[in-house]
Structures are given as structure tokens and as C-alpha cells.
Design a protein around this ligand. Structure first.
Ligand SMILES: [Zn+2]
Length: 284
């Protein structure tokens, strides 16, 4: 994997770091001081760094995303823009006073960023961003990224196109939630999780999936049993294995294809990203 020739500050707390599949290593101080931003891990960060002044890289900080960690609380403006390099983050909106009343409105992986609302201003955001599957990420102060947006037109275009893409995705999911059956939505959700984690093994319980989809656990269990009966998945305690993704896509609602088409219609990262090993997989 090639690298952007840019040094970054790495906090002591990031001496151990995670990728999308788990703990992969520990970096000693010498290793940290030589750290560079790996290209191809997050196309938005690639694109931003290809246009930003070299000195701006001092704003970047390598961080570990810990499962259960809240990156952005609801009712606050994101303090940082986070560029995941692995793992999965959910954007949750509270739909009532109950403890389990948060519903997932977006799923963020390494093709995305966390804190999109802060790109538009410092006003509070209504959603909470919480890490579901751990990984590593680079982050930069939101105010610093906003200054880049104001001074570098190419970065403004890049990040606003991402915001536009995210809005289109949210519109599609709003339609999905009001029109499509739980089974089809569940297939779509599993495919989205697969594409962000780039794994056929998804570490989720029925409870978790039910909360993300905003339905009862019993309903998710029944829906999982139905698609398991079709041999599309295998569901065991705290884990769902995708057995036949092609047929799972056929079983999902058309929103999965619509979201994938939407994502393909926006291109992020520098033009040479494909030549540097950027993945061909475009998440839905
Ligand atoms: Zn749908």
C-alpha cells in the first residue's frame, strides 16, 4: 500500500490500534514518529490530503475507535471530523424517552467520515455517532477542516459532495423504512454492514440488529430465521455469517442497489486513488 508522504501527530493513547477485524499491533514511539497516512484506507482523507497544504497534516491525529464509544453526542456540535480506516459507526437518532429508543439513521465505514454536520457550521447536531465495531481512524478538529473548506475550493467541493451523497442516502432510507418489509430491510442492512466491514462475518446480536432497525427483537429473530431457511445466512449467538451474498442482494429491497448507484455517482479521493490500490468495492 502506498502512502501519502505526510507525518502526523499520534497520541500516546494510540500506541495500540485496531483495524476492522481486531487488534493488529502496537506501535512503539519510534514507529509512531515515523507514521504516515496510508493511502487507500479512506478515500475522503486521500482526497483531502491531496489538496491540503502539507503543513495541515499536523492537525491529524491517529485514534482508536472503541466499541460503544460515543464519537459525537446528540445535541452537540462535533468537535472533530473522523476519517475511519476500519470498523463501523452508527449514527443514531432518539425516537422517544425509552433507553432503547435510539434508531440507526446511517452506517459509517471507511469510505465515509463522521461529523458531516460540522462541515456546514458549528451548530449542534441531533444525532449521536457511536462505534459499533472497533477500528482505527484519523481525526482533525472540525474548525480546522472548516477553515480548509473556506480556503481550498477543491476540498470544499469534495466534502460538500460527500454531504450531498449522504443526504441522498438518508432520503432513500427514509423511503425504505416506510415502504419495505422487515425481511427486505434486514437483507439490505446486512449487506450494508458487510460492505463497511468488508467481512462476511458480522458480530451482531439479534438485540443489536433490532435496535438499529427500530423493531422488536422477536421480529428480527423471525426474519433472520426466514432468510436463514433460504440458506442466505447463518445466525448464531452474537454473529451472522453471510453465506450467499448474490442471493442476499436479490432478497434485499431495491434500496441497496439505489444506494450503491448513488455512491458510485459520486467519486471521492484523488484521481490516482485507483492506481494506488483503492478498493473497487463500493458500499451500499
Ligand atoms: Zn428498502
Amino acid at each position: 500500500m502506498n502512502e501519502n508522504p505526510i507525518r502526523v501527530r499520534v497520541p500516546e493513547s494510540s500506541a495500540a490500534f485496531l483495524n476492522g477485524t481486531g487488534l493488529v499491533g502496537a506501535m512503539d514511539a519510534q514507529g509512531l514518529s515515523a507514521s504516515r497516512v496510508p493511502a487507500g484506507c479512506n478515500p475522503l482523507l486521500d482526497g483531502l490530503l491531496s489538496e491540503a497544504p502539507a503543513a495541515w497534516s499536523d492537525e491529524l491525529e491517529l485514534v482508536t475507535l472503541t466499541p460503544g464509544e460515543t464519537l459525537t453526542p446528540a445535541g452537540a456540535s462535533p468537535t472533530h471530523i473522523v476519517f475511519p480506516m476500519g470498523g463501523l459507526i452508527s449514527l443514531l437518532v432518539r425516537s422517544g424517552p425509552a433507553a432503547n429508543a435510539e434508531v440507526e439513521v446511517a452506517m459509517v465505514g471507511r469510505h465515509d467520515l463522521v461529523g458531516a454536520a460540522a462541515l456546514l457550521g458549528a451548530e449542534p447536531s441531533a444525532h449521536r455517532a457511536v462505534v459499533q465495531v472497533g477500528g482505527s481512524a484519523y481525526r482533525a478538529p472540525a474548525a480546522s477542516v472548516r477553515r480548509l473548506i473556506e480556503t481550498v475550493p477543491a476540498i470544499r467541493s469534495l466534502l460538500l459532495r460527500y454531504v450531498r451523497m449522504s443526504l441522498e442516502e438518508a432520503y432513500q432510507l427514509a423511503a425504505c423504512n416506510s415502504r419495505h418489509s422487515l425481511e427486505k430491510r434486514l437483507c439490505r442492512w446486512l449487506l450494508q454492514a458487510h460492505q463497511r466491514l468488508e467481512s462476511d462475518t458480522l458480530p451482531f446480536t439479534h438485540d443489536h440488529i433490532a435496535q438499529m432497525l427500530g423493531v422488536r427483537r422477536a421480529s428480527v429473530t423471525v426474519a433472520l430465521h426466514i432468510i436463514e431457511g433460504e440458506r442466505l445466512i447463518r445466525s448464531t449467538r452474537g454473529r451472522v455469517d453471510l453465506l450467499d451474498r448474490a442471493r442476499l442482494q436479490m432478497a434485499a429491497c431495491e434500496c441497496c442497489g439505489a444506494i450503491a448507484h448513488n455512491r458510485r455517482s459520486f467519486s471521492f479521493g484523488p484521481a490516482e486513488a485507483a492506481d494506488r490500490g483503492a478498493p473497487a468495492c463500493v458500499p451500499c
